[in-house]
Write a protein that binds this ligand. Sequence first.
Ligand code: NI
Length: 397
Amino acid sequence: MNFANRAAELSETIAAHRHYLHQHAELSFQEKETTAYLVEQLEGLGIPVKRFDDYTGCIATIKGGKPGKTVMLRADIDALPIQENSGVDFESIHPGVMHACGHDCHASMLLGAAQLLWECREELSGTVKLLFQAAEEVFVGSHYYWDKGHLSDVDAAMGMHVWPDLEMGDIAVMDGPLMASCDNFTITVHGVSAHGSQPNNGRDAIVAASAIIMNLQTIVSRVDDPLHALVVSIGTVKAGTQFNIITDTAVMGGTVRSHSPEARALVEPAMRQIVSATAQAFGCTAEVEYRYLEPPVINGDTALNELARQAGAKIFGREHVVSCARAMGSEDFSYLMEKIPSSLFIFMGCHDEETGCVHPAHNEQFCINEKILPLGAAQYAQFAADYLEQTAGGEGK
Ligand code: NI
């Protein structure tokens, strides 16, 4: 089975899906028109779709003609709070909301894959579940579908992201860590307020907070193994009301990113120790609120990665299955990957100098050359069909 040619024939259909979705960009958890469109298109083809009364997104199921395992393909569907300035003639009709991360591409490619797989369902050895996932941008959208038991029968899973750091026409399937975990924290320092001219009468929360910010740098430079990727960043500092007041409160917020569970695990205890001891050194107290959000994206099943590369070679050409740099950004597909160990995440190149598609994701000018859409649809379908073929005869969950 090879989906390259049929996907090329569907180019216009897939692009039309993308235009609709791009135009009707919706924020995380508000993807109502988007979900309605996806359901309508899938049901129009005759594909059974599960939608949810209390949640956006949907899951289509294509049962093959022969028994076998269940493989899941995932596309995220939400947009970002950005005023579009991409210059395309199907700009978002929703002011201040834009598909600036390519999730419109993912959803339309997966719709294309649904059609490709549906057309040859009799030949499939097993079942394909297509997850159109809500709210990736706020990091928790993926949890619902697993937590509610809708994916408990899945044996293997693949997710994909268009990637502006890679050339259009290339695809990267990396072994091991690919994207980082994401955990956020808030640190509140309590001191004693005083007149700005008499700091000795107070306990300056700003001075303690400044020392905390500097000391936290040692988590990466002195606590973590230098061979483990780790980021500890303070993004906000809020303190003080007026130039002549020693303030009694400083609040800082930040994020932690890591590629390994080991590096991830050492941050919270180290942070608590540094924050508490540093605050104490300045006569202050402090508390840490630490929130674990998403684990790292780790392509841990090397046999499955190889299967995806073989599928990529059929669609993109062997020389276009490439390596790429790992990213410190995060992706909530990792939550599902943790639950479904046989899973992987792929980067698909979308950088194209010729058509000016050179902007990073989350930029108001982000755009893609639509030639990549049928390639992505075919990659989804090829991976699923090849997985089912390779595992045919094995029992599903
Ligand atoms: Ni994204």
